[in-house]
Design a protein around this ligand. Sequence first.
Ligand SMILES: Cc1cc2nc3c(=O)[nH]c(=O)nc-3n(C[C@H](O)[C@H](O)[C@H](O)COP(=O)(O)O)c2cc1C
Length: 162
Amino acid sequence: MEIGNKWSYIREVVERGQRSTVYCSIASINSDGMPNITPIGTVFLRDDNTGYFFDHYTSTLAENLDRDPRLCLSAVDAGKFFWFRSFLKGRFVSPPGVRLYGEAGPLREASPAEIALIEDRVRPTRWLKGSRLLWTNFTHVRDLTFTEYRPVTYPVMMDGLW
Ligand SMILES: Cc1cc2nc3c(=O)[nH]c(=O)nc-3n(C[C@H](O)[C@H](O)[C@H](O)COP(=O)(O)O)c2cc1C
């Protein structure tokens, strides 16, 4: 489906999903046509159907996107409180997830503003050893441009959404 005027709604679903699970799943296409899914926790969306992610550790994803930039990004809210409230009401209180379809750009240097945003995101965990080990040296990103979306649907509980 075309994104049209739904972008801010979709963006909210992606951001909530990424917060709840700490990642989005990005599907890309291997050279033999086999799908490959990579968890990515550093997706940032802008307000114009685009975004970017910090590409630091990926291998197959990077290879695939350099050869064929098409991707599908999926985010699902796995938060216990979200599911509890939804089950209590018998209706999802907001969309449980969404798929976005589009393309990724080549690896490029992150701007100071982009680095500041990721540093803000990880700052609360900076006192932890793992955070210092994994979440440092954010230097490169890939831009994302989305054209289509598909809601994640679950029968019966979806009234009034989308
Ligand atoms: C929750 C989670 C979030 C991750 N986020 C990122 C990320 O934002 N950027 C990155 O380069 N690697 C990230 N990684 C690491 C890659 O997902 C990992 O290296 C993966 O094996 C690469 O797969 P690929 O071979 O399909 O590229 C993350 C891993 C996990 C478990």
